[in-house]
Design a protein around this ligand. Structure first.
Ligand code: A3P
Length: 338
């Protein structure tokens, strides 16, 4: 019977025919991607390409094309969207634990043995990575992560009306977190760290993976104002400051609000927050030693400090001023502050 780890079975091709079919499909995507505008920089390994106004690594861009063409949303799906390094891992865990509460005992919970990135796998990065997976085998509700911009989401996702939860974070912390993350990947490949000034310049120009950062945030912000029933906009900092309030908001939004018994007598909100806390998740064996499916990168790369404001330890006053100014300008008139 399918369970929430069944996603792992989707990450391997079953038959030679299936493999050949995938190869043919992706050959077409590769051709499309090879004709897109590109930017090269040491800040993103080889190059990134621009598709529908956003920057992607070539393999992710092929994934976006495949998702747009093949993903069939169910109204019961739950989509967790973000720009990378905004707290996606945390929110995936929180949503999974909230929606499936009652299905698993807390002392034998899937989150204790499996990474949130398998329980709520990324569409364009993990599932549609050189293959068209049969997502119908996954148990309902299905949980998916994505970094695709709102404007490029597959039409079926919008039409289905399934809930989309977007998490954003202050760009100064996003930049610092991303810089560390990429260096961890480079370290594995025995490469020197990325030049921080080059990476910073590119980030400010909007040329970053799944960026421009500000356009990603604004797209979901506007959607949350236009379709509040379908798009919930969260801030990492607010979640850190008042997790109880925001977890209850999330539960309400995805259609499974906590009852007062669950909240008060059973202490479920606190229990879920404890299970999904940085301290708990980052110390689990699966997250300390497990590897990202199909990669040599460890799950531990998704857990660094989990704090608000670590940028103070890394950015110069010029860098702070520049990022603040860009954020101010980009969000001016939209009623959004980060
Ligand atoms: P830092 O690098 O600042 O520590 P993403 O999941 O989108 O890749 O984001 C990763 C960031 O979220 C990292 O930030 C990571 O430490 C932090 N994070 C991961 N799990 C968390 C949790 N349970 N609670 C709070 N922050 C968490």
């Amino acid at each position: 019977m399918a369970d929430y780890t069944s996603c792992r079975n989707l990450l391997v091709s079953k038959t030679r025919e299936e493999e050949e079919e995938n190869e043919i499909t992706f050959q077409r995507y590769k051709e499309i991607v090879s004709n897109l505008p590109k930017e090269e920089s040491t800040a993103f390994e080889k190059f990134i390409c621009n598709y529908q106004g956003f920057w992607y690594a070539d393999v992710h861009c092929q994934g976006v094309l495949a998702v747009q063409e093949h993903f069939k949303a169910h109204s019961t799906d739950i989509i967790i969207a973000s720009n990378p390094k905004s707290g996606t891992t945390w929110i995936k865990a929180l949503i999974f634990a909230t929606v499936t509460r009652g299905k698993f005992p807390m002392d034998n919970h899937p989150l204790l043995f499996e990474t949130p990135h398998i329980l709520a796998p990324f569409l364009e990065i993990t599932l549609y990575n050189n293959r068209i997976p049969d997502l119908e085998i996954l148990p309902s509700p299905r949980f998916f992560g994505t970094h695709i911009s709102y404007t490029s989401l597959p039409q079926s996702m919008i039409d289905s009306g399934c809930p989309i939860v977007y998490i954003c974070r202050n760009p100064k912390d996003v930049f610092v977190s991303m810089w560390h993350f990429k260096n961890k990947m480079r370290d594995r490949a025995s490469k020197p760290p990325i030049d921080a000034m080059e990476a910073f310049e590119r980030f400010c120009q909007g040329v970053s993976h799944f960026g421009p950062f500000w356009d990603s945030v604004l797209g979901y912000w506007k959607a949350s104002l236009e379709r509040p029933q379908h798009v919930l906009f969260l801030k990492y900092e607010e979640l850190q400051a008042d997790p109880v309030v925001h977890l209850k908001r999330i539960a309400q939004f995805v259609g499974c609000p906590f009852t007062s018994e669950e909240e008060k007598e059973e202490g479920l909100v606190d229990e879920i927050l404890r299970l999904c806390s940085f301290e708990k998740l980052s110390n689990l064996e699966v997250n300390k030693t497990g590897k990202v499916a199909g990669s040599s990168l460890g799950h531990e790369a998704f857990f660094r400090k989990g704090q608000v404001g670590d940028w103070k330890n890394y950015l110069t006053s010029e860098m702070i001023e520049r990022l603040d100014q860009i954020t101010e300008e980009k969000f001016h008139g939209y009623g959004l502050k980060l």
